[in-house]
Design a binder for this molecule. Structure first.
Ligand SMILES: [Zn+2]
Length: 407
């Protein structure tokens, strides 16, 4: 008895859960930054599914946004009362998606999901549709077969893919009271094929813009001009070398274990071949271990810029483009991590390990408020790719993990 009943019930949902995922992923939910109309059409379908479960409390915290036809970006918080009402298990999933990208790379229309051989393929099925469906069907299973052991909150939000200003960030600013220090918060928005990693920490994020200014002129007279590209190219190599040498410490808790410093964007300079360029702009994206001081990284960058200036006679401007200091991690023994590890062990038979990552997720917004959030899901890791897909097996399995935690 006990969880066996609930697990069997979830096995019986496989078709209904698949249908629901197909239905919601047939509705594009793109933010205005991605030339979309927002999330409302998809939200209505999701909301109906949640309301059918008769939650004890519902809060719709819609963020005003004049750029979309409905003028709001919808966010739903649905709470089911549990035996222990002192704390809430939150599962937060997002309903917006990223654009399909190159259509010719897809084997079908990205917004007409295909179900075949145990897979569901379509834009948004993994990121983050699988979690939307799994969290709702987990609550349904408990509702139909058992009693919630603690309060359970389904948080279904907009705007994760373009910054969360109208999604979780808005919800937390409007209603910080919804989330308590004792709550267990799961963000199933990243994971791996084995489902054995629970993400609890992140690196600092630092993006820096370098503008190199020389003197533009005819390519035949380098003696009279100053080539910004030569200086920029040398500076990139110097930065790459100096940053990796100076900040080489490792922390095996993170994957990868070291700070990373990557030259990324490079803006176009002159359109023609016979002109010495006078301005070059490039960027570095750095993911820095939490115990490294960001200001020391910037100081190292400025020193390399000064050296390039002296060597090539150019000006170099170093500007912070984006800086996000990592919040305190969720402790590896926080209740949400312990409960998640136990549930994953029981359902999938795998031992999880807590890990830090370089990319930041919406869990950051919780951690910055001192709330313990853990990021976990078992997925194929096809988010943002063409032919994004999930397995029905993971869809059902993850539903069981969430249901197990709701008891
Ligand atoms: Zn996502």
């Amino acid at each position: 008895m006990g969880f066996q009943d609930t697990a069997r019930r979830i096995d019986g949902y496989a078709d209904a859960c698949t249908d629901f995922l197909v239905r919601i992923c047939s509705i594009p939910a793109l933010g205005p930054e991605n030339q979309g109309d927002g999330e409302m059409a998809k939200y209505e379908v999701v909301r109906r599914e949640v309301m059918a479960l008769a939650p004890d409390r519902v809060e719709e915290i819609h963020a005003p946004d004049e750029r979309v036809p409905d003028r709001v970006r919808p966010n739903l918080m649905a709470i089911f009362n549990g035996k222990d009402s002192s704390r809430t298990l939150w599962i937060l999933a997002h309903i917006d998606v990223v654009p399909p990208g190159e259509l010719r790379l897809w084997s079908h229309d990205p917004f007409e999901p295909v179900v075949r051989d145990g897979f569901i393929s379509g834009r948004g099925v993994e990121d983050n549709g699988q979690a939307v469906a799994a969290s709702i069907f987990a609550a349904r299973a408990i509702k139909e077969t058992a009693t919630f052991g603690l309060n359970v909150g389904l948080a279904l939000v907009s705007d994760e893919e373009t910054g969360s200003l109208y999604g979780l960030d808005y919800v937390l600013r409007q209603r910080p009271d919804l989330f308590g220090a004792d709550d267990l918060i799961i963000v199933p928005d990243a994971g791996n094929k084995d489902g054995d990693v629970i993400e609890i920490a992140e690196k600092h994020l630092l993006q820096v813009k370098f503008t190199v200014r020389g003197i533009q002129g005819h390519a035949s007279r380098p003696d009279k001009h100053r080539n910004s590209l030569r200086a920029a190219a040398n500076l990139i190599v110097e930065l790459d070398d100096a940053l990796h040498r100076k900040f080489s410490t490792q922390n095996q808790f993170f994957s990868p274990p070291e700070s990373t410093f990557e030259p990324t964007r490079k803006e176009a300079n002159v359109p023609n071949v016979n002109t010495i360029p006078g301005e070059d702009i490039f960027f570095f994206d750095s993911r820095i271990l939490p115990d490294v001081d960001i200001s020391q990284v910037i100081a190292e960058m400025e020193q390399a810029a000064r050296a390039a200036k002296d060597r090539f006679g150019v000006e170099v401007a170093v500007e912070e483009f984006l800086r996000s200091e990592s919040p305190n991690p969720t402790p590896a023994d926080a209740p949400v991590v312990v409960a998640l590890a136990a549930a994953v062990q029981e359902i999938y038979g795998v031992q999880t390990r807590p890990q830090g990552i370089g990319g930041q997720t919406v869990a950051t917004f919780f951690r910055k408020r001192g709330l313990y959030a853990a990021v976990w899901e078992k997925i194929l890791q096809t988010a943002h790719a063409p032919n994004e897909r999930v397995t029905i097996e993971n869809l059902v399995g993850n539903t069981k993990v969430f249901a197990k935690m709701m008891l």
